[in-house]
Design a protein around this ligand. Structure first.
Ligand SMILES: C[S@@+](CC[C@H](N)C(=O)[O-])C[C@H]1O[C@@H](n2cnc3c(N)ncnc32)[C@H](O)[C@@H]1O
Length: 186
C-alpha cells in the first residue's frame, strides 16, 4: 500500500501496526476508499486507541476528536498528535459515556472494533445524543469468522445492538467481509 496516511503512520509505528488482529493496512485502505464521506465534517471517534485512523480521516475532515479511556493508549495517541502536527486534531482521555454527558459540536462519527465494548446504556446514549447530530457514521466491525471472536465473550453487534443504531441512518452501506466497514448516511 502506498497511501500518504499509511506512510506517515508506518514512519513512527515501525511495523507494529501489522498485528494480525488490527489489520491496519487493510483497514486503512478501506477507510481511504470511503473517507471522502468525512469531507468538511467535525469527526468524533470513540475508542481511538493510539489514534492512527486520524491520519486518514484528516485528509478530508475539518476537525477530529478521539476519545480513549485507557491511559496507556491515550499516551500513544498523544504521540500520534505530536506527529500529525495538526491543531484540529484532539485526543480526550475519558470514557464514551463521560463524553456523551457533555458532547461537543460534531457531524460525523467513527469507531473501529469498539461498539461491542459498549453497554446498553452507552448504546442508547449514542443513539440519542451523538447520532442525531451526525450526517454520517462509520464503523469497522469484525465478522463472525474471526478467530478471536470465537474465543471471547464479546457480543456481536450486528443482530442486536447495532441494528438499533443502523436504522437512524436511512442509507446503510456495508463494505468488505471481515472486517466490515459499515457506513450509515442521512
Ligand atoms: C478493540 S480496541 C480497538 C482499538 C482501535 N479502535 C482499532 O480498531 O485498532 C477498543 C478500544 O476502545 C477503547 N474503549 C473501550 N471501551 C471504551 C469506552 N467505553 N470509552 C472509551 N474508550 C473505550 C479501548 O481502550 C481500546 O483502545
Amino acid at each position: 500500500m502506498d497511501k500518504p496516511a499509511y506512510r506517515k503512520i508506518s514512519k513512527y509505528w515501525k511495523g507494529k501496526i501489522y498485528q494480525e488482529w488490527r489489520r491496519m493496512p487493510e483497514r486503512l485502505e478501506m477507510l481511504a476508499q470511503n473517507s471522502h464521506y468525512f469531507k468538511g465534517k467535525n469527526v468524533l471517534e470513540f475508542g481511538c486507541n493510539a489514534g492512527l485512523f486520524c491520519f486518514e480521516i484528516m485528509n478530508h475532515a475539518k476537525s477530529y476528536v478521539g476519545v480513549e479511556k485507557n491511559p496507556v493508549y491515550y499516551a500513544q495517541a498523544l504521540v500520534t498528535k505530536k506527529h500529525i502536527k495538526n491543531e484540529r486534531v484532539e485526543f480526550l482521555r475519558m470514557t464514551a459515556k463521560e463524553y456523551m454527558k457533555n458532547p461537543r459540536k460534531i457531524d460525523a462519527f467513527f469507531s473501529a472494533y469498539l461498539l461491542y465494548h459498549l453497554d446498553d446504556e452507552e448504546i442508547s446514549m449514542l443513539r440519542e445524543t451523538v447520532f442525531p447530530k451526525c450526517e454520517v457514521a462509520m464503523s469497522f466491525i469484525r465478522g463472525k469468522g474471526d478467530k478471536e471472536l470465537k474465543h471471547n465473550k464479546y457480543r456481536l453487534w450486528i443482530p442486536e445492538n447495532v441494528k438499533k443504531l443502523m436504522d437512524v441512518f436511512p442509507t446503510v452501506e456495508i463494505v468488505g467481509t471481515n472486517p466490515y466497514l459499515v457506513i450509515g448516511r442521512k
